[in-house]
Design a protein around this ligand. Structure first.
Ligand code: URA
Length: 257
């Protein structure tokens, strides 16, 4: 083993100690030159080549596949069978929305965490417990809203999703919005806000005012950007701002009732 190899070993040990539990994502030239049916070995499973190099074609495929889904159950089956995103091959479950698919209020987070991946349900871990409390504070529970994520699969080790992964999964979120037809969307965290609104801003810049999202069917939906519950657990001092934002949602609902 030469010095260079020792560096690789140390690098991998660092990744493992930092919680990275699988290598995937960027594909080296050797794979790019491989025939489409070739499988790429990962620690846990084999990823179809198409998923590993997901790009424009995968976005098109995702959009086309979910076009005819008439219900969240139908959409879930389509997403479970989708092969264009490598995240699926490291996840235990496909996590589509939880709550009421007829709700007027939709909450959108980033991606399932370890507990959500295990159970197959959005926001059931520590972040979900805080979200439940936030909902209860304005008289809501999961029967009054629909709760989902930008990504239906947990990124390994809870790493941040790549732009390509977000792009491939966005058609599934857009279809959920089209099926549920919410009047209000409350995004949780920067990834959810920026992915939905096609922006690149901090939550601090976007929060506190109503914004608008135009759904694929042409409906304009009011959007409030808020902090992610995981961030609030780490930074409780920001809870006051979240409280103000959730009250903005409450008063807008009451105003229009
Ligand atoms: N964080 C998210 O963004 N979504 C979940 O479902 C759980 C944690």
């Amino acid at each position: 083993m030469n010095d260079n190899m020792l560096g690789v070993k140390e690098c991998l040990e660092f990744y493992i100690s930092a919680g990275v539990d699988v290598t995937c994502g960027n594909v080296s030239g050797v794979y790019l030159n491989s025939p489409p049916e070739e499988k790429i070995e990962t620690q846990k499973t084999k990823i179809p080549y198409t998923a590993a190099v997901a790009g424009v074609e995968s976005v098109k495929a995702a959009t086309a596949l979910c076009q005819n889904a008439a219900s969240i159950q139908e959409l879930k089956k389509i997403v479970e069978n989708f092969e264009g995103c490598a995240l699926k091959y490291n996840a235990k479950n496909t996590v589509i929305g939880d709550g009421n698919p007829n709700a007027k209020i939709m909450f959108i987070g980033e991606a399932p965490g370890a507990e959500e991946d295990m159970v197959g349900k959005a926001f059931v871990g520590k972040s979900g417990q805080l979200l439940n409390k936030i909902l209860a504070a304005i008289g809501l529970d999961r029967d009054h809203c629909y709760i989902c994520n930008i990504l239906p699969w947990r990124p390994p080790g809870n790493r941040a999703p790549s732009d390509a992964e977000i792009a491939v999964c966005l058609p599934f979120l857009k279809k959920q919005i089209e099926i549920v037809r919410p009047d209000y969307i409350f995004t949780l965290g920067a990834v959810a806000a920026n992915s939905l609104l096609q922006m690149s801003e901090t939550v601090s810049k976007l929060r506190g005012k109503w914004m608008e999202y135009t759904a694929d069917d042409g409906r304009n939906i009011k959007v409030m950007v808020g902090y992610h519950p995981a961030y609030l657990l780490r930074t409780p001092a920001q809870k006051a701002k979240m409280w103000a934002d959730i009250l903005r949602l409450k008063s807008e609902i009451e105003k229009n009732n």
